[in-house]
Design a protein around this ligand. Sequence first.
Ligand SMILES: *[C@@H]1O[C@H](CO)[C@@H](O)[C@H](O)[C@H]1NC(C)=O
Ligand SMILES: *[C@@H]1O[C@H](CO)[C@@H](O)[C@H](O)[C@H]1NC(C)=O
Length: 395
Amino acid sequence: MARPPNPRTLPPALLLLMLVSLRLRADPLPTEGRLMNNCIQARRKCQVDPICSAAYHHLNSCTSSVSTPLPAQELLVPEECREAAQHLRNSSLMSCTCHRRMKNQVACLEVYWTVHLARSLGDFELDVSPYEDAVTRKPWKMDLSKLNMLKPDSDLCLKFAMLCTLNDKCDRLRKAYGEACSGSRCQRPTCLRQLRAFFEKASEPHSQGLLLCPCAPADQGCGQRRRNTIAPSCALPSGAPNCLELRRICISDPLCRSRLVDFQTHCHPLDILGTCATEHSRCLRAYMGLIGTAMTPNFVSNVNTSVALSCTCRGSGNLQDECEQLEESFSHNPCLMEAIAAKMRFHSQLFSQDWEDSTFPVMERQNKNPALRPQPWVSSLFFCTLPLILFLSLW
Ligand SMILES: *[C@@H]1O[C@H](CO)[C@@H](O)[C@H](O)[C@H]1NC(C)=O
Ligand SMILES: *[C@@H]1O[C@H](CO)[C@@H](O)[C@H](O)[C@H]1NC(C)=O
């Protein structure tokens, strides 16, 4: 796992790399086919080998017989399951992962957890995300020429909502969950499914802008809009369940369990200053991945950016500490808080630029017309300037 020692000191070589990678921005996103070792492919490979295949099937039957415990509890695994796990040692199944946007995601995650049960024999590492670790560094990309169409005096949450509306894909996905989650027709499972679809499929700048929009401290209307982004009245459980019970429900579902472990991996605070075990961008992605699961977090009020799970630790008995720890990994997590704050600063800087005077929208228009396209290097260097500035402001 790449853990940069100090993200603030960006070596020049990395800058150069980013410049070069920006030139390749027309490349399609890596798809599941290009994922290094996805669990569905690994399982296919395993099926060709009789020993591996038999061991996997055996282990699969173990998964259903071993009930999923709370993380603090010991996993009781029958001896023959341990043996089956041993046979998978050399298989590529041991290192396989899944992709957040892949087609058969749940099937892939099920394979991961079948094998991960084996991993847990001996060295149970709770915070090993089933998701591929590769972060595709792409420049912040949105059609900024559209900024001119926005009312200059609207709050930033409204502006980001309008940017989503102006983008066909974002608009379609947002309408879909808006409809499923609307008061009169609210069906929670459908609402949650559509919410997940939005955060999986809408482009990251759009979904992050919508959810992590900055509000002026006194602007309650803006804060309310932000808190309502995920349609909390339908998406969140009515009445606050116990947080440990919520986690039990989550862990019994391969998707929710994966998103939770992803969150624990990437939003793990290393100190009180907001340093994360990995990177802020990974933490935000993991945080947003939980929206639409049983453990959907949200802003707690209209006046600040504190977030929390929709649950309580009342009635946790002798598991009170464990419950509070879970609760605080959302509500008092310096890594998550700083990741959210940094993204909001970035979003407000975006709107404090004077795009009217910038040459950027002109360049963008020129780029769309091949006849006017300048020399490739000249164009890409100019074009790079803005995304690069936006990149750097993140650190
Ligand atoms: C795994 O590979 C090693 C060396 O490649 C070999 O010695 C060992 O027998 C293999 N184990 C299994 C269970 O296939
Ligand atoms: C945010 O507001 C809520 C409700 O008013 C409050 O309980 C919480 O402590 C506030 N968070 C911060 C960091 O001030």
